[in-house]
Ligand binder design. Structure first.
Ligand code: SF4
Length: 275
């Protein structure tokens, strides 16, 4: 019985030893497996890190490449922009030049038209300037002008009277229409009379623009010698005319007839002028 128990203990011991050995082997295997796992993990981690690094490097390189590409693209875009701007500027310049030339042509055209208009206006103005008297001068001969006469009128008297009237305005002269109104002459007769007076050398006519119309200012040139002015002189019928002298006893300086006559003539002249 005891031997059986001993045998059993030995067996148990052996079994225990075997189990121990197996456990140790298993432990060893387990340790190895854990180590291997850890190593594997470490390697995997390293790989991941290496991959990460490689990826990051790749990323950086890709970024660098992309940046470089972007830079090149930007450079190209800038160059294109510059070239476009240059082109646009050149186009603008050409257009501006074209515009300037067109404006020049247009201005020259306008100038030419303005000149034409001005010439036409001048021509019209010149035509408008032509007076009735100028037409008369063209139509009538010098003799016809000099021999102009108004029906039932003593032309010598009229010429003298008108000349004296014009002379009374001295260097100021008188507008012909005012004079014809004073003399109650028609402008047709007045114009002919003025031409006659000018041809006779008694007056000059100055063409002037009055209230937008061309007319003539009549100015004295030569006062005609007229017997009218001495027609009623007392000396012509004076009984003592033979004894009369400027330094004698009977003298025009003291003559009452002469004095009266002069006063009467002056009054008559003034009356004519106011009429
Ligand atoms: S100035 Fe007298 S006085 Fe002499 S001539 Fe004449 S009117 Fe006669």
């Amino acid at each position: 019985m005891v031997k059986k128990e001993i045998t059993s203990a030995a067996k148990l011991k052996k079994k225990l030893g075997g189990a121990k050995a197996e456990l140790a082997s298993r432990n060893k295997k387990l340790k190895l497996s854990v180590k291997a796992e850890a190593k594997k993990k470490e390697e995997a981690k390293k790989k991941v890190e290496v991959k990460k690094k490689a990826d990051a490097k790749k990323k950086v390189e890709v970024k660098k490449k992309a940046d470089a590409k972007k830079k090149v693209a930007k450079k190209k875009a800038d160059a294109k922009q510059k070239a476009d701007k240059k082109k646009a500027d050149a186009k603008k310049k050409v257009e501006a030049k074209k515009k300037a030339e067109a404006k020049k042509i247009e201005d020259a055209k306008k100038k030419e038209e303005a000149k034409k208009k001005e010439e036409e206006a001048k021509k019209k103005e010149e035509e408008a300037k032509r007076t009735y008297e100028e037409e008369l001068e063209e139509q009538l001969t010098e003799d016809e002008i000099k021999n102009f006469a108004i029906d039932k009128t003593d032309m010598d008297k009229l010429v003298n009277r008108v000349t004296e009237m014009i002379a009374s305005y001295a260097t100021n002269g008188i507008l012909q229409n005012i004079l014809w109104r004073k003399l109650k002459l028609s402008s047709r007769d007045g114009s002919r009379l003025a031409l006659k007076l000018e041809k006779l050398g008694n007056i000059t006519r100055e063409k002037i623009l009055e209230n937008g119309r061309w007319t003539y200012l009549l100015l004295i040139k030569k006062i005609p010698i007229s017997t009218i002015s001495i027609e009623n002189a007392p000396c012509l019928v004076c009984p003592v005319e033979g004894k009369c002298s400027t330094d004698g006893e009977i003298s025009p300086k003291t003559c009452v007839y002469i004095e009266n006559w002069v006063l009467t003539e002056l009054k008559t002249k003034k009356r004519h002028e106011t009429n």
